[in-house]
Design a binder for this molecule. Sequence first.
Ligand code: SF4
Length: 227
Amino acid sequence: MKKVNGAILQRDGKTYGIMTHTPSGIVTPGDLEHIAAVGRKFHIPIMKITSGQRMILAGIPAEDVDSVFKELGPLGTPDLGPCVKFVQACLGTESCTWGSQDSIGLASKIEALVQDKKFPAKVKIGVSGCQRSCSESQLRDIGLIGTTRGWIVLFGGNGGRKPRVADPIAYGLSESEACDLVGRLLDFYQKHGQSQERTARFMERIGIDTLKSELLSMIPYINLDKV
Ligand code: SF4
């Protein structure tokens, strides 16, 4: 995918798209007004909310890319290579009737943990506050699902042309254990994944037994009988 300074070439082959930085899709009225003002100023023809709870501002000529990023400030995300593309969260206990855990709170802690890290391929993370799994956690590279007994952590899922349901790795974790496990899984993938290999293909290549013997068996809060 061709890029100019962190903006992505669009279908027309001559204009670019810029992603907003709106973690978990949470925005203030000020954020929305600022993004709208940038859209007006640069006559951006397409502004769309994406499935990753971000917005893409599309149809930007190459010569405006740097200026749009500058005007967006922290609300813009340059796409600079394989990294965590988004940490998606549902409403969870913040406001959903069904929420068992604070999905937005955990997503923000994970966001801080993975910021600026590079991986063999892009990584998508979905945090759901209950087992209804509105963030489609089973189809994310890293998935988290809240239950009344703590967090379930999943690894190696994706959608796309060859979908894969993620492997459940641990159950009943506290928030700090869940964050710790996400960090360990991503470190392991960073170290052993091949270039451009998504976590789904990585898990198909190495298998759950290798993950158990080389990583999970060393983590005290994981019950290997349940993996
Ligand atoms: S996953 Fe559960 S807590 Fe989250 S929005 Fe859906 S129903 Fe609500």
